[in-house]
Design a protein around this ligand. Structure first.
Ligand code: ATR
Length: 277
């Protein structure tokens, strides 16, 4: 791709940012569709966040992804927050519309779209258990309820955080609850889908959060971790006959949704996935 006077700029801000796979993924997609756009990583420290966001308009940028640690803090610098980002309480995608900076969040819908499009799994009517009660759990919980989950249980090391999360998601006709991981055996055993949103599994030799004997044949077990691709949880689940899904699909589809917001083109999902493998 040739950068010239008409090239539109998008990117990602984070601290650190050099580990991000998003530049590869988006630039491959721009090249594939012959779009005159470029995706750049920007290392932005907390004290410069406001100036960086202000600079988006001055530079005529199309949008940005936002990663750790700025997803919450960035909200105060934006002109508008989408309903999804408002409920999730975090922004991972900014776009400019009518000279206004709008914050959105594609993480939860990216997860649901990965299940639907890559795996043919619908959330409607499903009994789901989420391990963890942080930002990722909130984004996924929001999208699961939007897509018709019939029962949603948050299980967390710190039970009070899971209970608070569940309270904030009370939805008519849906059973939503929070509890400690220690108390979650029955819920996990009876669930259709189990999702790990914690960082447990990223490091080697880290003990499992749950007893793998709680996982049953035919269950769907997902991990949002994509490095390693096959976490210990997924390995153990597979041994017990569960269907396992790693975090690559969510990574690709949250990016695809941002791409579609910025470009109004369908994202070339397979091109984006291929550069990550
Ligand atoms: P993210 O935005 O990625 O979800 P976060 O908001 O910091 O990150 O949330 C991390 C989640 O992983 C929390 O649910 C955390 O549990 P606590 O609320 O008890 O802290 C969970 N987590 C992280 N490390 C963990 C560990 N070693 N054991 C159990 N849970 C862990």
């Amino acid at each position: 791709m040739q950068i010239n006077g008409q090239t539109s700029v998008v990117g990602i801000i984070g601290d650190p940012v050099n580990h991000s796979r998003s530049p590869q993924m988006h630039n491959a997609a721009f090249n594939h569709l012959n779009l005159n756009m470029v995706y750049v990583p920007f290392h932005v420290r907390q004290e410069s966040l406001g100036q960086a966001i202000k600079g988006m308009k001055a530079l005529g940028m199309v949008g940005l992804n936002v990663t750790v640690p700025h997803k919450i803090e960035v909200m105060k610098y934006l002109d508008e927050i989408s309903p999804a980002a408002g409920i999730i309480g975090a922004v991972n995608t900014i776009y400019v519309h009518d000279n206004r900076l709008i914050g959105d969040n594609t993480d939860g819908h990216g997860f649901v779209r990965a299940l639907a499009e890559d795996e043919g799994i619908s959330i409607t009517g499903k009994n789901v258990v989420i391990l963890g009660s942080g930002g990722s759990a909130r984004a996924i919980g929001y999208a699961l309820l939007k897509n018709g989950a019939s029962r949603l249980i948050f299980c967390n090391r710190t039970a009070s955080r899971a209970e608070k999360m569940a309270e904030s998601f009370q939805t008519p006709g849906v059973f939503v609850a929070g509890m400690g991981i220690i108390d979650s055996m029955v819920e996990i055993t009876q669930s259709d889908i189990l999702i790990n949103t914690t960082s447990v599994g990223m490091k080697q030799d880290e003990p499992l959060l749950i007893n793998p004997a709680w996982i049953k044949k035919g269950q769907i077990v997902c991990d949002i971790i994509y490095s390693p691709l096959q976490t210990l949880l997924l390995q153990e689940a597979e041994k017990r006959g569960a269907r396992v899904i790693n975090g690559l699909g969510m990574l690709v589809h949250q990016g695809a949704l941002s791409f579609e917001i910025w470009t109004e083109h369908s994202a070339p999902v397979e091109v984006m996935r291929k550069v990550l493998c």
